[in-house]
Design a protein around this ligand. Structure first.
Ligand code: 13P
Length: 288
C-alpha cells in the first residue's frame, strides 16, 4: 500500500538509518524497486521528477501505474510515491494525481517566497495526510535541466523552514546531483550538524546520493539524514548492463531482441545496486 513518507522517515531518524529514495523512470524501474524493497523487507520512496513524469505521459499515469504494480505484486513493505524537486504547481498537480508525498523545491525563489509557498503546501498536505519535503540552499548539479551550484544551507533559514511543519528537509551541504567532479571537496558536516541542531530533529534529506563515498553517507546518517536520494547511479548501472548485452551480441541470438530480454540485465543491475544502498543506509529489515 502506498503511504505518506512521514512515519517511515520518523522511524528511520529515531533508529538511525535512512530510507532509500530511488528515482523512477519507467515500468522496469518501478517493478525492480518495489520487488527489491519487498525482498529486503525495507521501506522505500519512489521519487519522480516532472521530467520523468512527462516522459511517462503525466503524474496521473505514474500514480495509477505505481499503485497498480504495488497491488499486483502484493507489496507489503511501506512505499511512498514522492514528487522530486517540484514547483508549486507540480506539487499541487501531484496532490491531485494521488501521490502520497511531495517535495516543494523553492530554493531558487527569494527565501520569504519559499517560506510562504511551503506554508501553503504544508496545510494542503496535512489536510490529506501526505508528507511534504522542503528545501533550503540549492543542491548543486543539474536536475531536470535546472542548474544548482551547491550552496550551503543557512541553518537559521532551515530553522524557519522546519518550524512550518514540513515532514523532512533537504538542506544543501555541498552535495551535487549527478557525478561528482574530481575537485569536489566533500560534504560539509559542520553545516549538517548545525542544521540538525536548529531543526528540532526533523528527518533530513541527502540529495545527490550518486558517488558520495560510503563513509560520508554513514556519517551523514549519524548526523540526522533519514532519506538518501539516488538517481544517476541507477541509470549508469542500467546503461552499462544493457550496453554489455548488446556488445556481447545477445540481442542477435534467438529472440534476444525482445525488450523483456534486452532490458533484463539492466533491471538486474538496478536490483543489485538498490540492495547495496539499502545495506549501506541500514534500511534492510526495517519495514513494519
Ligand atoms: P543523483 O542523480 O546524484 O543520484 O541525485 C538524485 C537526487 O538527488 C534526486 O533528487
Amino acid at each position: 500500500m502506498l503511504i505518506s513518507a512521514q512515519q517511515m522517515l520518523n522511524k528511520a531518524k529515531k533508529d538511525h538509518y535512512a530510507v532509500p529514495h530511488i528515482n523512477i523512470n519507467n515500468l522496469e524501474w518501478v517493478k525492480t524497486a518495489l520487488l527489491t524493497a519487498q525482498e529486503q523487507n525495507s521501506p522505500i520512496i519512489l521519487g519522480v521528477s516532472k521530467g520523468a513524469a512527462t516522459y511517462m505521459s503525466s503524474f496521473k499515469t505514474v500514480a495509477v501505474m505505481v499503485r497498480a504494480i504495488d497491488e499486483s505484486l502484493n507489496i507489503t513493505v511501506p512505499v511512498a510515491l514522492h514528487l522530486d524537486h517540484g514547483t508549486y504547481d507540480s506539487a499541487k498537480a501531484c496532490i491531485e494525481a494521488g501521490f502520497t508525498s511531495v517535495m516543494f523545491d523553492g530554493s531558487s525563489l527569494p527565501f520569504e517566497e519559499n517560506l510562504t509557498k511551503t506554508k501553503e503546501l504544508v496545510a494542503l498536505c496535512k489536510e490529506r495526510n501526505l508528507s511534504l519535503e522542503g528545501e533550503v540552499g540549492s543542491i548543486g548539479g543539474v536536475e531536470d535541466s535546472v542548474v544548482g551550484h551547491g550552496e550551503f544551507a543557512d541553518p537559521n533559514e532551515c530553522e524557519k523552514m522546519a518550524a512550518l511543519g514540513i515532514d523532512c528537509l533537504a538542506a544543501g551541504i555541498g552535495n551535487i546531483h549527478g557525478k561528482y567532479p574530481s575537485n569536489w571537496t566533500g560534504l560539509n558536516f559542520d553545516v549538517l550538524a548545525a542544521v540538525q541542531q536548529k531543526t528540532n530533529n526533523i528527518p533530513l534529506v541527502l540529495h545527490g546520493g550518486t558517488g558520495i563515498p560510503d563513509a560520508m553517507v554513514k556519517k551523514a546518517i549519524s548526523l540526522g539524514v533519514a532519506k538518501v536520494n539516488v538517481n544517476t547511479e541507477c541509470q549508469l548501472v542500467f546503461a552499462a548492463a544493457v550496453r554489455k548485452y548488446i556488445e556481447d551480441k545477445k540481442d542477435l541470438e534467438g529472440k534476444g531482441f525482445d525488450p523483456r530480454k534486452l532490458l533484463a540485465p539492466g533491471t538486474e543491475a538496478i536490483h543489485d545496486l538498490i540492495i547495496k544502498k539499502m545495506t549501506l543506509y541500514g534500511s534492510v529489515g526495517q519495514a513494519e
